[in-house]
Design a protein around this ligand. Structure first.
Ligand code: FES
Ligand code: FES
Length: 170
């Protein structure tokens, strides 16, 4: 059984009890994905699987045979940072940085959901449209906690990065 991690094929562990989070951190030596609560409550462990955001602490690695996983280490390229990584720097979207990899992976998945028209509580109640107002971003990112209180900068960075393709407005 194999899995693609940041574009590279890797062998899945024999032990079916290994979480995707532990597989990435302990077997793949990719410590960018963080273990916060380890029970699905904080979002620090968020990664992308085939472009969709998931909580890797709640997933077993063997479930993802043949799938493409992207972690914070897989964003950006030889030319530089992913635009959202740069925006987090520009907008002071972090302090200690522990939640940041999960925030960034989650936001990329969130923007894709918004583009596909996946409703949130906010958009369903207000307009039915997936526009990234501040309220919309706060709602869609509510599963990613930041104990440092960097939420305003996080929202600013996300809105700046994804404004054009999702029709963000005040
Ligand atoms: Fe996975 Fe907190 S470590 S949600
Ligand atoms: Fe410290 Fe978010 S920057 S927890």
């Amino acid at each position: 059984m194999s899995i693609i991690v940041n574009g590279l094929p890797s062998t899945l562990p024999q032990d079916p009890r290994v979480s995707l989070l532990d597989f990435l951190r302990e077997y793949q030596h990719l410590p960018g994905t963080k273990k916060g609560c380890n029970q699905g409550a904080c979002g620090a462990c968020t990664v992308l699987v085939d472009g969709e955001r998931i909580l890797s602490c709640l997933a077993l690695a063997v479930q993802y045979d043949g799938r493409q996983v992207t972690t914070i280490e897989g964003l950006g390229d030889d030319q530089g940072l992913h635009p959202l990584q740069q925006a987090f720097i520009d907008h002071d979207g972090f302090q200690c940085g522990y939640c940041t990899p999960g925030q960034i992976c989650s936001a990329i998945g969130m923007a894709a959901e918004a583009r596909r028209g996946v409703p949130s509580h906010v958009s369903a109640d207000l307009t039915g449209a997936a526009t990234l107002t501040r309220e919309e971003v706060q709602e869609r990112m509510s599963g990613n906690l930041c104990r440092c209180g960097a939420h305003n900068g996080i929202v600013d960075a996300i809105r700046e990065t994804f404004t054009e393709d999702t029709g963000a407005s005040e």
